[in-house]
Write a protein that binds this ligand. Structure first.
Ligand code: 5AD
Length: 333
């Protein structure tokens, strides 16, 4: 598939064909399995100022929280009995947790469970990535959000896209399964931008790929911008599936924030992963990256059951294993 084909699909001219092909490819590689990841959003402190994100440092109205190391370990340790084989530990860019703190969390979870551990902690140092890998971390998520330099640098003040690419490459060299992705419908984004993003993400030979629609947050500089559409996010996810058949692709939570059953539709259009939040109820609503994030009120047991039931009702299987990368030509960086 070349750039012209991608642009044609992005125009919406052949949605049915695109979604059916993506789903067929998902079934071919993963069968009916849907991989489960339990995400623990352990801190919403962030030093960055991304114009789209509600956790940005200048947002003084955000109720900030941090979970203790012990609490994070306890929450993660409860996931296997709920049928989850992967924990995702995510936070803002929060340097309050030292290299050793994170290494300690990782090694404790690894020594007491069979969980795969995904870290999603932002732009930490290469020495830290190495230490956490040695402590047992399996995967790392570092979103590009867009691969357009001008747009990236507009949306993420004082951050460099080149630097982000270098980190992704370093993570691959360290042997992590690496994931990245984009937000669709950021201000000034066009189908040309999306086509280039899709091609660039594919070139990186990533293990995990994600696309979610932009949702304006009222306490950010982008508050008056138009939101992205779920349709665009579905198209990008489906195209990513066709170009990266073996990658793990989540049906993102942002789909559900914009459209009822958004994630369900994603799972029928090429996505094979779902990542419900297991952040404690007392703080969950404060992990408000965008409106509609973490608005549900179930506890962990109920939450796991609801997601598994949703998957079964769709005729799919909630997969309790680690669900590692199936990529055969994984990049070594
Ligand atoms: N709308 C949609 N997605 C967003 N993200 C951050 N801000 C927004 C927003 N306003 C996504 C980014 C980030 C992930 C945790 O949430 O892709 O990496």
């Amino acid at each position: 598939m070349n750039r012209t084909d991608i642009l044609h699909y992005l125009s919406g001219a052949k949605d049915e064909e695109l979604f059916a092909a993506a789903h067929a490819e998902k079934l071919r590689v993963f069968g009916k399995d849907v991989y489960l990841r339990g995400i623990i959003e352990f801190s919403n402190h962030c030093k960055n100022q991304c114009l789209y994100c509600g956790l940005r440092a200048p947002n003084k109205e955000a109720g900030r929280y941090r979970l203790s190391i012990e609490n994070i370990i306890t929450l993660a340790s409860g996931l296997p009995e709920l049928g989850f084989g992967t924990v995702v530990l995510q936070s803002g860019d929060d340097y309050h947790y030292s290299t050793d703190d994170i290494a300690n969390i990782v090694s404790t979870i690894k020594s007491s469970t069979n969980l795969a551990i995904t870290l999603s902690l932002g732009d930490r140092g290469l020495d830290e990535f190495r230490a956490w890998r040695e402590a047992g971390a399996d995967r790392y998520l570092l979103k590009l959000e867009t691969t357009n330099t001008k747009l990236y640098e507009k949306c993420r003040p004082n951050e460099s896209l080149k630097d982000r690419f270098q980190r992704i490459e370093a993570l691959q060299q360290l042997g992590y399964e690496v994931g990245s992705g984009i937000i669709t419908g950021l201000p000034d984004m066009t189908n040309e931008t999306l086509a280039d993003d899709i091609l660039k993400l594919t070139e990186l030979r990533l293990d995990m790929l994600a696309a979610g629609p932009f949702i304006p947050h009222p306490q950010t500089p982008f508050k008056d911008m138009d939101n992205g559409t779920t349709q665009d996010a579905f198209r990008v996810s489906a195209l990513l599936r066709l170009l990266n058949p073996e990658a793990n692709i989540p049906a993102t939570s942002a789909l559900d924030a914009l459209e009822q059953d958004g994630r369900k539709k994603g799972l029928q259009r090429g996505c094979n992963v779902i990542m419900p939040s297991f952040t404690p109820e007392e703080v969950r609503a404060n992990y408000k990256i965008y409106p509609g994030k973490n608005t549900f009120s179930a506890g962990a047991v109920e939450n796991a059951r609801l997601v598994q039931e949703m998957i079964r009702n769709m005729g799919f299987i909630p997969y309790a294993g680690q669900g590692p990368s199936k990529r055969k030509n994984r990049s070594k960086g």
